[in-house]
Design a protein around this ligand. Sequence first.
Ligand code: GAR
Length: 214
Amino acid sequence: MTARRTAILISGRGSNMRALVEAAKAPGFPARIDLVLSNRADAAGLDFAAAEGISTHVLDHKQFRDRHTFDEALHRVLVDHGIELVCLAGFMRLLGGDFVSIWQDRMINIHPSLLPAFKGLHTHERVLEAGVRITGCTVHFVRPEMDAGPIIAQAAVPVAPGDTADTLADRVLAAEHATYPKALAIVASGRFSIEGDRVSTDLPVDPALGLFVP
Ligand code: GAR
Protein backbone atom coordinates (compact mmCIF):
# COMPACT_ATOMS: atom_id res chain seq x y z
CA MET A 1 0.00 0.00 0.00
CA THR A 2 1.33 3.44 -0.81
CA ALA A 3 1.70 5.71 2.17
CA ARG A 4 -1.04 8.32 2.56
CA ARG A 5 -0.01 11.89 1.85
CA THR A 6 -0.26 13.71 5.17
CA ALA A 7 -0.09 17.33 6.31
CA ILE A 8 0.70 18.40 9.87
CA LEU A 9 -0.70 21.74 11.09
CA ILE A 10 1.19 23.49 13.89
CA SER A 11 1.23 26.86 15.65
CA GLY A 12 4.43 26.67 17.71
CA ARG A 13 7.08 24.33 19.04
CA GLY A 14 5.99 21.35 16.95
CA SER A 15 7.30 18.53 19.14
CA ASN A 16 4.37 16.28 18.20
CA MET A 17 5.03 17.10 14.55
CA ARG A 18 8.64 15.97 15.07
CA ALA A 19 7.46 12.71 16.62
CA LEU A 20 5.22 12.08 13.60
CA VAL A 21 7.99 12.93 11.12
CA GLU A 22 10.41 10.56 12.88
CA ALA A 23 7.83 7.75 13.06
CA ALA A 24 6.94 8.12 9.39
CA LYS A 25 10.56 7.33 8.46
CA ALA A 26 10.05 3.70 9.51
CA PRO A 27 9.78 1.34 6.55
CA GLY A 28 6.17 0.42 5.90
CA PHE A 29 4.69 3.27 7.96
CA PRO A 30 1.34 3.93 6.25
CA ALA A 31 1.62 7.74 6.19
CA ARG A 32 4.23 10.07 4.70
CA ILE A 33 4.58 13.66 5.82
CA ASP A 34 4.38 15.85 2.74
CA LEU A 35 3.57 19.23 4.25
CA VAL A 36 3.95 21.13 7.51
CA LEU A 37 1.76 24.22 7.68
CA SER A 38 1.61 26.89 10.35
CA ASN A 39 -0.67 29.86 10.97
CA ARG A 40 2.32 31.61 12.56
CA ALA A 41 5.51 32.46 10.65
CA ASP A 42 7.55 32.23 13.87
CA ALA A 43 6.50 28.65 14.71
CA ALA A 44 9.74 26.94 15.77
CA GLY A 45 8.67 23.65 14.21
CA LEU A 46 8.87 25.08 10.68
CA ASP A 47 12.69 25.09 10.73
CA PHE A 48 12.83 21.44 11.73
CA ALA A 49 10.43 20.45 8.94
CA ALA A 50 12.36 22.44 6.32
CA ALA A 51 15.62 20.85 7.47
CA GLU A 52 13.97 17.46 6.98
CA GLY A 53 13.23 18.40 3.36
CA ILE A 54 9.47 18.65 3.99
CA SER A 55 7.48 21.38 2.22
CA THR A 56 6.43 24.11 4.63
CA HIS A 57 3.77 26.75 4.29
CA VAL A 58 2.66 29.70 6.43
CA LEU A 59 -0.91 30.97 6.35
CA ASP A 60 -1.06 33.91 8.72
CA HIS A 61 -4.67 34.00 9.94
CA LYS A 62 -4.35 37.75 10.63
CA GLN A 63 -4.11 38.32 6.87
CA PHE A 64 -7.61 36.92 6.31
CA ARG A 65 -10.82 38.86 6.83
CA ASP A 66 -12.65 35.98 8.51
CA ARG A 67 -12.45 32.35 9.49
CA HIS A 68 -14.15 31.12 6.34
CA THR A 69 -11.64 32.84 4.02
CA PHE A 70 -8.75 31.42 6.05
CA ASP A 71 -10.27 27.93 5.90
CA GLU A 72 -10.75 28.19 2.12
CA ALA A 73 -7.10 29.15 1.63
CA LEU A 74 -6.03 26.31 3.91
CA HIS A 75 -8.11 23.84 1.94
CA ARG A 76 -6.56 25.04 -1.33
CA VAL A 77 -3.01 24.56 -0.01
CA LEU A 78 -3.87 21.04 1.15
CA VAL A 79 -5.40 20.16 -2.21
CA ASP A 80 -2.43 21.68 -4.09
CA HIS A 81 -0.14 19.31 -2.17
CA GLY A 82 -2.37 16.31 -2.84
CA ILE A 83 -2.97 15.87 0.88
CA GLU A 84 -5.18 12.96 2.00
CA LEU A 85 -4.86 13.17 5.80
CA VAL A 86 -4.45 16.11 8.18
CA CYS A 87 -2.90 15.97 11.67
CA LEU A 88 -3.46 18.92 14.00
CA ALA A 89 -0.46 19.09 16.33
CA GLY A 90 -0.69 22.08 18.62
CA PHE A 91 -2.61 24.00 15.93
CA MET A 92 -4.25 26.67 18.07
CA ARG A 93 -7.00 27.81 15.72
CA LEU A 94 -10.56 26.67 15.53
CA LEU A 95 -11.57 25.44 12.08
CA GLY A 96 -15.04 26.20 10.71
CA GLY A 97 -17.80 23.65 10.26
CA ASP A 98 -17.53 23.60 6.45
CA PHE A 99 -13.81 22.85 6.53
CA VAL A 100 -14.28 20.20 9.22
CA SER A 101 -16.99 18.42 7.21
CA ILE A 102 -14.88 18.37 4.05
CA TRP A 103 -12.08 16.70 6.02
CA GLN A 104 -14.40 14.57 8.19
CA ASP A 105 -12.70 11.31 9.23
CA ARG A 106 -9.52 12.43 7.45
CA MET A 107 -8.40 14.95 10.09
CA ILE A 108 -7.16 14.10 13.59
CA ASN A 109 -6.04 16.09 16.64
CA ILE A 110 -4.07 15.49 19.81
CA HIS A 111 -5.13 16.96 23.14
CA PRO A 112 -3.22 16.72 26.44
CA SER A 113 -5.98 15.22 28.58
CA LEU A 114 -8.14 12.13 28.75
CA LEU A 115 -11.05 13.49 26.73
CA PRO A 116 -13.89 14.20 27.16
CA ALA A 117 -12.43 15.62 30.39
CA PHE A 118 -10.52 18.92 30.37
CA LYS A 119 -11.16 20.24 26.88
CA GLY A 120 -9.65 23.62 26.03
CA LEU A 121 -6.64 25.57 27.22
CA HIS A 122 -4.59 25.43 30.46
CA THR A 123 -5.33 21.74 30.72
CA HIS A 124 -2.68 20.76 33.24
CA GLU A 125 -3.46 23.62 35.62
CA ARG A 126 -7.11 22.56 35.63
CA VAL A 127 -6.21 18.87 36.07
CA LEU A 128 -4.17 19.80 39.18
CA GLU A 129 -6.91 22.07 40.54
CA ALA A 130 -9.48 19.32 40.11
CA GLY A 131 -7.29 16.89 42.05
CA VAL A 132 -7.61 14.03 39.56
CA ARG A 133 -5.08 11.21 40.03
CA ILE A 134 -4.79 10.14 36.41
CA THR A 135 -4.58 12.27 33.31
CA GLY A 136 -3.12 11.59 29.88
CA CYS A 137 -3.57 12.38 26.22
CA THR A 138 -6.08 11.65 23.49
CA VAL A 139 -5.92 11.46 19.70
CA HIS A 140 -9.34 11.87 18.11
CA PHE A 141 -11.07 12.57 14.81
CA VAL A 142 -11.91 16.26 14.51
CA ARG A 143 -15.51 17.44 14.76
CA PRO A 144 -16.72 21.06 14.76
CA GLU A 145 -16.79 21.32 18.57
CA MET A 146 -13.39 22.01 20.12
CA ASP A 147 -11.44 18.95 21.37
CA ALA A 148 -14.32 16.60 20.55
CA GLY A 149 -14.75 13.66 18.23
CA PRO A 150 -14.37 9.87 18.04
CA ILE A 151 -11.36 8.70 20.08
CA ILE A 152 -8.64 6.75 18.27
CA ALA A 153 -6.06 6.28 21.03
CA GLN A 154 -5.41 7.39 24.59
CA ALA A 155 -2.56 6.99 27.05
CA ALA A 156 -2.85 7.42 30.81
CA VAL A 157 -0.35 9.41 32.88
CA PRO A 158 -0.57 9.34 36.70
CA VAL A 159 -0.46 12.69 38.50
CA ALA A 160 2.46 12.62 40.97
CA PRO A 161 2.39 14.30 44.39
CA GLY A 162 4.20 17.62 44.03
CA ASP A 163 3.53 17.87 40.29
CA THR A 164 3.37 21.37 38.86
CA ALA A 165 1.66 22.17 35.57
CA ASP A 166 5.12 22.10 33.95
CA THR A 167 6.28 18.73 35.32
CA LEU A 168 2.93 17.19 34.45
CA ALA A 169 3.00 18.72 30.96
CA ASP A 170 6.44 17.18 30.35
CA ARG A 171 5.27 13.67 31.23
CA VAL A 172 2.04 14.00 29.27
CA LEU A 173 4.04 15.31 26.29
CA ALA A 174 6.21 12.19 26.32
CA ALA A 175 3.01 10.11 26.22
CA GLU A 176 1.73 12.28 23.35
CA HIS A 177 4.87 11.58 21.33
CA ALA A 178 4.37 7.83 21.77
CA THR A 179 0.63 7.90 21.12
CA TYR A 180 0.20 10.20 18.12
CA PRO A 181 2.24 8.10 15.66
CA LYS A 182 0.27 4.99 16.64
CA ALA A 183 -3.02 6.77 16.09
CA LEU A 184 -1.88 8.14 12.73
CA ALA A 185 -0.83 4.64 11.69
CA ILE A 186 -4.32 3.32 12.49
CA VAL A 187 -5.97 6.05 10.45
CA ALA A 188 -3.53 5.89 7.54
CA SER A 189 -3.80 2.10 7.34
CA GLY A 190 -7.55 2.55 6.76
CA ARG A 191 -8.15 -0.38 9.14
CA PHE A 192 -10.79 1.31 11.29
CA SER A 193 -14.48 2.02 11.32
CA ILE A 194 -16.45 4.73 13.12
CA GLU A 195 -19.92 4.20 14.53
CA GLY A 196 -21.24 7.24 16.34
CA ASP A 197 -18.41 8.21 18.66
CA ARG A 198 -16.79 4.77 18.71
CA VAL A 199 -13.75 3.82 16.66
CA SER A 200 -12.99 0.15 16.06
CA THR A 201 -10.01 -1.46 14.43
CA ASP A 202 -8.95 -5.02 13.79
CA LEU A 203 -5.36 -4.09 14.64
CA PRO A 204 -3.89 -5.86 17.67
CA VAL A 205 -3.79 -4.09 21.05
CA ASP A 206 -0.54 -3.64 22.98
CA PRO A 207 -1.57 -4.76 26.48
CA ALA A 208 1.27 -2.84 28.12
CA LEU A 209 0.18 0.46 26.66
CA GLY A 210 -3.51 -0.19 26.19
CA LEU A 211 -3.01 1.11 22.67
CA PHE A 212 -3.67 -0.33 19.29
CA VAL A 213 -0.45 -1.28 17.57
CA PRO A 214 -0.45 -1.36 13.80
C1 GAR B 1 0.57 19.63 22.88
O1 GAR B 1 0.64 19.34 24.25
C2 GAR B 1 -0.82 19.37 22.35
O2 GAR B 1 -1.45 18.26 22.93
C3 GAR B 1 -1.53 20.65 22.71
O3 GAR B 1 -0.59 21.66 22.42
C4 GAR B 1 0.73 21.14 22.63
C5 GAR B 1 1.55 21.42 21.38
O4 GAR B 1 2.89 21.06 21.59
N1 GAR B 1 -2.76 20.80 21.97
C6 GAR B 1 -3.90 21.29 22.49
O5 GAR B 1 -3.97 21.73 23.61
C7 GAR B 1 -5.08 21.28 21.54
N2 GAR B 1 -6.29 21.60 22.24
P1 GAR B 1 3.85 20.79 20.37
O6 GAR B 1 3.76 22.04 19.46
O7 GAR B 1 5.22 20.66 20.97
O8 GAR B 1 3.38 19.54 19.67
